[in-house]
Write a protein of this length. Structure first.
Length: 292
C-alpha cells in the first residue's frame, strides 16, 4: 500500500485463467490481427451487431528536438513490452533488442510509466540512470493548495526510486547528439520555470552522457490510423473516443471503454468501464439489461 491507496496488480496468471474460462464459454480470440490494416473495418463490421473498442491509449507523446532520429532513443512501451516478453520466455532478436545493461540511461518523464522504466532498468544493471521531469519537485508534505479530499500534491517515491537513480526536476531536453555511428551519446537539457510556460532559466544548461534514452512522457489517446479513422467515430478534445452515457460512440452499435474512452488510466477503471459498456451493449441488443 502506498499513500493510503492499495496497490492493484493484475498478475499474468490471472489473465491466463480468465482467458481460458472465456474460451470455454465460447469466445473466439483472433491473435495478431490488426483491424483497419489486416482486415478492413467495413468488412469486419458486417459480421457483428455490436462492437466494443477496448484497445487502450497507445499513442505515445514524442519529443521534437534535434537528434531525435539517433539510434538508442525509444518509446517507453517498446522497452517495457519487450521486457515482459523476455520474462515470459520469448525469444528476443538481438537486432531489435533494447538492453540497458552497462549503459548510461536517461528516462524522460516522471510519471508511472517512467517509474516502470526505472525499475526495469535497475533489473538490467545499468552503468547509471537519470530520470528527467519537466515539472518542479513537489513538496515532501501535502501542499496547502490540495487540501483533503483533493488528490494531494506531494513528492511520491516509488520502490524503483528507492533502488537508485538520480531524479532531475524542472528539466527540459533541448537536443540529442550522437557519435560517428549514429548512436545517441549525449542529452542536452536546460532548467525551466514553473508551468504553464516552462520558460528556460538563463545559464542553467546541463548535459548527460547517455547510451539509451527512454521516452515516458505520457500518451495522447488511442492510435487513430486504421481502425479509428475508418470507423469515423467522434473524439473528445483529448483525442479519446467520445461516447454517450451507455458507452456507445457516434457510430450506432459501436461502443468504447477503458483507456480508449477515458485516456491512459488504471486497470481498475478498465474493468469497471468494461462492465458498464457490457450493460450498454446488452441494452442496445435486447432493449433492456439485467446486468449489474
Amino acid at each position: 500500500m502506498r499513500y493510503g491507496v492499495p496497490d492493484f496488480k493484475l498478475e499474468k496468471h490471472l489473465l491466463d485463467r480468465r482467458i481460458e474460462q472465456m474460451e470455454k464459454e465460447g469466445i473466439e480470440f483472433k491473435m495478431r490481427t490488426h483491424i483497419g490494416q489486416d482486415i478492413q473495418v467495413a468488412t469486419w463490421r458486417r459480421g457483428f451487431d455490436a462492437i466494443l473498442l477496448a484497445g487502450g491509449a497507445e499513442k505515445p507523446r514524442d519529443i521534437n528536438v534535434p537528434g531525435r532520429e539517433l539510434k538508442g532513443i525509444h518509446f517507453a512501451m517498446e522497452f517495457l513490452i519487450q521486457q515482459n516478453r523476455r520474462c515470459a520466455g520469448d525469444h528476443i532478436e538481438s537486432q531489435g533488442e533494447i538492453n540497458a545493461t552497462g549503459k548510461r540511461v536517461a528516462i524522460i518523464g516522471g510519471g508511472d510509466t517512467g517509474a516502470d522504466c526505472l525499475g526495469t532498468t535497475h533489473r538490467h544493471r545499468p552503468l547509471s540512470v537519470h530520470q528527467l521531469e519537466i515539472m518542479p519537485q513537489p513538496p515532501e508534505q501535502r501542499s496547502p493548495q490540495t487540501p483533503w479530499p483533493l488528490w494531494p500534491l506531494m513528492l511520491r517515491v516509488e520502490s524503483s526510486h528507492e533502488e537508485g537513480g538520480i531524479r532531475e526536476w524542472s528539466a527540459s531536453t533541448v537536443r540529442f547528439t550522437g557519435d560517428s555511428a549514429g548512436n545517441v551519446a549525449r542529452l542536452e537539457a536546460v532548467r525551466v520555470g514553473p508551468p504553464p510556460k516552462f520558460e528556460p532559466i538563463p545559464q542553467s544548461e546541463f548535459s548527460l552522457e547517455v547510451d539509451l534514452v527512454l521516452l515516458a512522457m505520457g500518451f495522447l489517446g488511442p492510435v487513430q490510423n486504421g481502425l479509428i479513422e475508418q470507423l469515423g467515430v467522434q473524439l473528445d478534445p483529448r483525442g479519446n473516443v467520445l461516447t454517450d452515457e451507455n458507452y456507445m460512440t457516434s457510430a450506432p452499435g459501436v461502443f468504447a471503454a477503458g483507456d480508449m474512452h477515458r485516456g491512459q488510466s488504471l486497470v481498475v477503471w478498465a474493468i469497471s468501464e468494461g462492465r458498464q459498456a457490457a450493460r450498454g451493449i446488452d441494452r442496445f441488443l435486447m432493449g433492456e439489461s439485467w446486468l449489474l
